[in-house]
Design a protein around this ligand. Structure first.
Ligand code: 13P
Ligand code: 13P
Ligand code: MG
Ligand code: MG
Ligand code: MG
Ligand code: MG
Length: 372
């Protein structure tokens, strides 16, 4: 069995929350080079989207491996040291715990992991996003694995026709459920249409009983009990041979749907699919961005990456995203650009409520007002 793990963290932004400094990437690259040399990892690639560093790694230790997670933790400690020396913004932002114990659950870094027996050819796509949250993958995963208008294979591929099983997490109650699609599509949409709370964690082929997709599902805000930056998510999707074709996996991003997480983790904005050189945020600390790194996994080697959104066929999505950004920005501090009160990562509401509590008066009776 091969395990593909993406473990990511924001350990300091250059400049502000916009990108990762090259020295952090070099530090992480040196760390993974040594881990491959030591035999801990089969192969690895360091990538970034916005201010988040992702370690894309293959190994044979399974998901939640103490050795792999602690290696990632140590690497992020090293990049944090570099970020501190350079005075980068929010050095160590996502490292919420003082010491590593067992695995990264609840410690701040996000991770998506997928274990599989390599097929004769194993195409995978690693998606990295910044300025959004794990539920941002819900709409895309629904389209890839459940919408025949997106994925032709659901209709015309014998191996896909039975559909897919979605595992959904309720991040508020910390519980999970599975939905078998297509039969339970409408039930599932009731939940995953609320992506701040319900997040697709994994997708499995019902015919092949192969896991097809995995996402990172940490909510930093809940972990820390206060604002510490949005938990910018990552996702792994396996493609072809009974799973959606590469083009079916990319297709959902041709619609730049709006996601939560822009500016101070508190605004809705369109998800902009970009090439790797464009994976830095700018306007209103956004728009939220997604990059897609394609690999062929061969005997544990990561052959790639191919920069999948570096393609003119996504120009129209980018244009639409910019138009949608203009439109949403004009709402300023009004919803639905600003997130609903309960989802704000920054708020003055508690202090404000305390300060003006005495000034609230009961509303006048309707009858009284009319009588005047
Ligand atoms: P090829 O014939 O190029 O392998 O393509 C098959 C396919 O499924 C493309 O979507
Ligand atoms: P990050 O989660 O990417 O650090 O973004 C924080 C933010 O609120 C930027 O406006
Ligand atoms: Mg940041
Ligand atoms: Mg970020
Ligand atoms: Mg972050
Ligand atoms: Mg964020």
């Amino acid at each position: 069995m091969t395990t593909l793990s993406i473990i990511k963290a924001d350990t300091g932004g250059f400049v502000g929350h916009s990108a990762v400094h090259p020295d952090l990437l070099a530090t992480a690259q040196e760390a993974v080079r040594r881990a491959v040399g030591d035999g801990l990892l089969l192969d690895a690639h360091v990538a970034s989207c916005g201010d988040d560093v992702s370690l894309i790694m293959t190994h044979e230790h399974g998901a939640d491996s103490e050795r792999v997670h602690s290696f990632a933790w140590d690497t992020f400690q090293q990049t944090t040291e570099v970020a501190k020396r350079l005075g980068l913004y929010g050095a160590g932002q996502d490292l919420l715990s003082d010491a590593f114990s067992g695995n990264l659950k609840g410690m701040g870094p996000g991770y998506a992991e997928l274990e599989f027996t390599e097929r004769p050819s194993e195409p995978v796509i690693c998606f990295l996003a910044d300025k959004t949250e794990p539920g941002a993958w819900n709409l895309a995963l629904y389209k890839m694995f459940a919408d025949p208008f997106n994925t032709a294979g659901l209709v015309i591929d014998e191996k896909m026709h039975a559909g897919f099983r979605f595992e959904v997490y309720d991040l508020f109650e910390e519980k999970r459920i599975t939905f078998d699609c297509p039969e339970e599509l409408y039930d599932m949409l009731m939940f995953i249409g609320a992506p701040a709370r319900y997040v697709v964690h994994a997708v499995q082929s019902r015919n092949l009983t192969e896991q097809a997709a995995a996402t990172s599902t940490q909510r930093l805000s809940l972990i820390a009990g206060k604002y510490v930056g949005k938990d910018d998510p990552v996702m792994i999707v396996r493609c072809q041979s009974g799973l959606p074709a590469v083009g079916e996996v990319l297709e959902p991003f041709s619609f730049p749907y709006t996601v939560g997480g822009a500016m101070r983790g508190s605004h809705h904005a369109p998800l902009l699919p970009v090439s790797i050189p464009d994976a830095h945020t700018a306007r209103f600390d956004g728009p939220p961005r997604v990059v897609a790194l394609g690999f062929q996994v061969t005997d544990g080697r990561l052959v790639g990456p191919r920069d999948m959104f570096a393609d003119p066929s996504f120009d129209s999505a980018r244009q639409q995203a910019n138009t949608a950004m203009d439109y949403l920005r004009r709402h300023g501090p009004f919803e639905p650009h600003r997130l609903p009160l309960e989802d704000l990562e920054y708020t003055t509401m508690r202090a404000l409520e305390a300060r003006i509590a005495q000034r609230w008066q009961p509303m006048p009776e309707v009858a009284t007002s009319l009588a005047r």
